[in-house]
Each structure stands twice: as C-alpha cells, then as structure tokens.
Design a binder for this molecule. Structure first.
Ligand code: GAP
Length: 499
C-alpha cells in the first residue's frame, strides 16, 4: 500500500523525490501543488488551534500561547548547551561486505538461538530491518519486548559488540561483517561567512524547540505573559538520519510543530495529561481513525537526557502501513523539566528565571513539550484517507477531511458549450473567494470525477444543459458518489453546511 500511495503522490502532484532529474537524494522530498496545499492546511489548522484560538483551561479560560519564528541557524553554543553537540547521535554500523550503513539500535534484536539458526549457546545477536523487529518480536513471544529494549540499551550504552557472539547483517549471510557501532552526530554542519575556519562552523537546527528556549527571555521581557504560558513554532528541522526510510516518514529535512509550555514544577504532571488529551483530539480531528492511534508511555530505560525524577515522554503513535503489528511515532509529549532553560542560563550567564509577582519568588519554569512532525502528519493523513473501493472509477478515493483537503470543490462544465461554460464560470467566480475551488473543463466527466476522487476533492459541482433551463447543478459527494440536484441560488449555503 505504501508504494500505491507514493506513486499516487508523484502522479497527482503531492510529493516528488527531490532533484529527481539528477537521480534524487535519499531523505529529501519536494511538495508539489497538492502536497504543499495539504501541508499548509494542516500547518494553519495547528497554528489556529494552538496560537490564534488556544484551548480553554479547566476553568474555561483560554490559555496564553505566543507565536515565534526563529532562525534555522542559531549560535553554535546553543547546541552545546542543549546537549545536541555531544548527545544527538545514533549508533551506526557498517557492513564491510555490502558497504551498507545501518542504525544499530533499529536493526538490533535479541534472538533466542533456534530462531536464527546459529549454533551458539542461546546468546546470538542478529541485525534486522526495522519493520521486522515488531514481527520478530511478535513471533518470539518468549523473548518479549523487554528483551529488545534491554538489548537496545546495552548497545547504546556500551558501543562494543566484541562481547556478542554472533552479529549478522541483513544483506549478508556471513557472521561478523558489521563494524562496531560508532556514535554518529545527526546535525548537519555548515559554515557561516567567507572565511573557512573552526569558529565558522554552524549547524542546521535539528529541532525547532531550542529557538524557543533561547527566546524565552525576549518573549518574557517584551510581552510579559504570566505563567503558565506557551511559545509555539512551526518550521523546518534537519537531521542527517543514518537510514531515512518509509517514504517521507523519516526524512533528513522535515517540518515540526512544537509547543513549549512553561509552568511551575508542581503542575507539570497535570499539564502533561492536559496536553496529551488535547493533542489526541487534534489527531482525531484531522480525520485519523481512532483504532489506528496508540498512546505509548516511555519506559524508564528510554528516558531522554533532559528527563529527571522519572518524568518522561508519552508518544502518540499511528499504525502506518509499514508499522507491521505495531505503531510509529507521530508526536511526543515530553516533560523536559527545567533542563533547557537551566542549561542556557549556565552556558550564557543570562538569567532565565520567571518572577512570580504574587509570591515574589524567582524560578526557572518547567516545560511540557508537545512536539509533532508536520510532514509526518501529511503522511498519516494520506495513509489514513486512502480507501480502496471497486465502485469508484479509479478503484480508490482519498477520504481527506474537507477542512484540510487541498481542493474543496471542483466546478465541472459537463459539455463544451458557451452557455454551460458561462454558468460554470460564474459559479466558480462566486465560490472561489470562499473556498479553494478548481475549474476543470478538459477530459471526460468520468476522468474528471476519477481525478478528484484520487486527490480527495470532497465535492464536484457539474453544470449541464438542464442547468440552463432549471438553474440547478449536480453536486457529487466524493465518498458516496451520491449526486444531488441543487438550485444554483442555494449552492453557496448547501456547500457552506457541508464544508
Ligand atoms: N523537540 C523535541 C523533538 O524534536 P523528536 O521526538 O525528536 O523530539 C519530534 O521529534 C517529532 O518530529 C517526532 O514525533 C516526529 O513526528 C518528527 N520527526 C522527528 N524526526 C523526524 C524525521 N527524521 N523525519 C520526519 N519527522 C521527524
């Protein structure tokens, strides 16, 4: 199914492999006319729900959330203070035979002896593709998920495989072709200015979050919000992923939608649950099927470097076609404690404290961070909306929620006639100020319906000879293919109700 979706995306102009005339580049994607429309609609909805019309607190008062758009390139010391220079790495192994590079923590799975055919004494380690991990884990109930987590932890903390008995790369049958894991920093390096020297090194941001933390003081001093409040940002992030994969799911250049919610340390648990509920509703409102959404609380072994006192992250996951029997991450709702602001205070020497006017107490706020991938949201919407149905002309349709569909209405003159085209044009002109509307007069009506099903246009308005006599049109529903005859004078109100 992923290959059907990827080929639809190329054919209809949602997503293209970047620089494809030169053979493409792994992990980089371009969003075509429909892809950018879908992505912008999701982005704008997030911004509206978070910044322009934020949710209400438990007393019914709107939360205070301020927007920000920080620079992609920040001072290199930002990444030292945040821990990215030293910690933001994946363990990477190379196969000496195939020359293929793998991310060790994704490939590794602990297998009991009989399952991988080795003759060692029950302690064999093998490397598998990421998708296989869940399948293998399911098959090897005895081994259990905990063992896999344990193994990952061992591998991450002790980057020496010499103690393991068997290591097999997925693309060879030989044992021991993999190098020991090496830490590989995921930040893209660049140079600033004309002079190439050590101090001109800078990084493309691997998350938008740090741009928010280093502006905390600026926002506090200029807008003077009271705690609790949030700062939100949407923008590009870059990670030199060892193994970009699954279409746009793990890319090297992608977009994030991040909120840093600053609150007192006593209230974090409550706010983390608040944001988890809120964000869950958001994903469902995008149209994602509830049965395909999962909540996963991180185990103690997985706690991030900023986690303290056992506070961790809860992920919202989605069952993508490549997730096997499991789920894959859409968003993390992390408790970052006061880690980032405290680090920036220490590193810059600039106080990052909030003064509580009521108690006259100064403190560094704690942070709850709902952090989601915009480009991952696009993929989830595409996968979720792909509905096979033999009755539809193309054998499928995209059931995209109307509020985020790239085109809301297509106006289609049925026959080539000046009178019909005049009516169709005037309907198009009337609607185009209100919705994103397409006017299409080429190809047979069957092909035009098929195309609009494929790109997820919720409604097609068809003008025919009867329209000239009766002043009415046909409105076709994408999902049901049901056609209603509607008076032209009522069309605006009819569509307004549906959309
Ligand atoms: N500031 C916290 C942070 O960046 P993360 O879990 O590394 O946390 C947050 O990333 C979200 O960004 C993920 O849940 C995912 O949706 C998205 N994301 C992360 N890496 C990605 C990649 N390589 N390609 C696409 N989306 C990615």
């Amino acid at each position: 199914m992923m290959s059907d979706i990827a080929s639809l995306c190329k054919r209809r102009g949602f997503i293209f492999q970047t620089s494809d005339i030169y053979g493409g580049m792994n992990g980089f994607w371009d969003y075509g006319p429909l892809g950018v429309a879908l992505k912008n609609n999701i982005r704008d909805l997030w911004w509206h729900r978070i910044v322009e019309c934020p949710p209400l607190d438990k007393n019914g008062n709107p939360l205070r959330i301020l927007g920000l758009d920080s620079s992609i390139i920040q001072h290199p010391l930002v990444w030292e203070a945040s821990g990215h220079t030293s910690n933001f790495s994946d363990p990477m192994v190379d196969c000496r035979v195939t020359k293929i590079r793998y991310r060790a923590d994704q490939l590794a799975v602990y297998l009991p002896i009989k399952s991988d055919g080795t003759d060692a004494d029950g302690k064999a380690f093998a490397f598998f593709e990421e998708e296989d991990i869940q399948n293998i884990a399911d098959k090897l109930k005895k081994c259990g998920r905990r063992k896999i987590e344990e193994f990952r932890r061992v591998l991450l903390t002790d980057l020496d495989t010499s103690q393991y008995i068997r290591v097999v790369a997925p693309d060879t049958t030989d044992v021991g072709t993999l190098t020991s894991p090496k830490a590989f920093n995921l930040m893209f390096e660049t140079r600033v200015g004309a002079v190439v020297e050590e101090k001109s090194v800078a990084y493309l941001r691997p998350e938008t979050a740090q741009g928010i933390f280093v502006n905390f003081k600026n926002v506090l001093d200029s807008v003077r919000p009271k705690i609790p409040f949030g700062i939100a940002q949407i923008g590009k992030a870059f990670r030199n992923e060892v193994t970009p994969r699954n279409f746009i799911f793990r890319s090297r250049e992608f977009e994030q939608m991040e909120l840093e919610w600053f609150c007192s340390g006593n209230e974090v648990a409550e706010w983390q649950e608040f944001w988890l509920d809120n964000r869950l509703c958001w994903w469902k409102d995008l149209g994602l099927d509830s049965a395909r959404i999962n909540i996963r609380r991180h185990s103690p072994e997985e706690l991030a470097h900023y986690a303290r006192n056992g506070h961790g992250t809860t992920d919202i996951e989605y069952k993508f076609p490549f997730s096997g029997n499991g789920f894959s991450e859409l968003e993390g709702i992390a408790h970052r404690c006061d880690y980032d602001l405290a680090q920036h205070q220490k590193s810059s020497g600039v106080k990052q404290e909030y003064l509580d006017q009521a108690s006259n107490e100064r403190f560094i706020p704690h942070v709850i961070e709902p952090s989601s991938g915009l480009t991952r949201a696009v993929l989830a919407v595409l996968c979720n909306s792909y509905c096979k149905d033999k009755a539809h002309p193309s054998g499928f349709f995209l059931n995209i929620a109307p509020r985020i569909a790239p085109t809301k209405v297509a106006v289609l003159p049925l026959q080539s006639s000046v009178e019909i085209e005049n009516v169709a044009r005037s309907i198009f002109n009337e609607l185009r100020g209100k919705y994103i509307v397409a006017y299409e007069d080429r190809q047979s009506i069957g092909k035009r319906y098929a195309k609009n099903d494929e790109i997820g246009t919720p409604y097609c308005v068809t003008v025919d000879f009867d329209s000239l006599k009766n002043m009415d049109v046909t409105v076709r529903d994408r999902n049901t293919m049901k056609q209603d005859r509607i008076g032209i004078s009522h069309l605006g109100e009819y569509l307004r109700q549906l959309l």
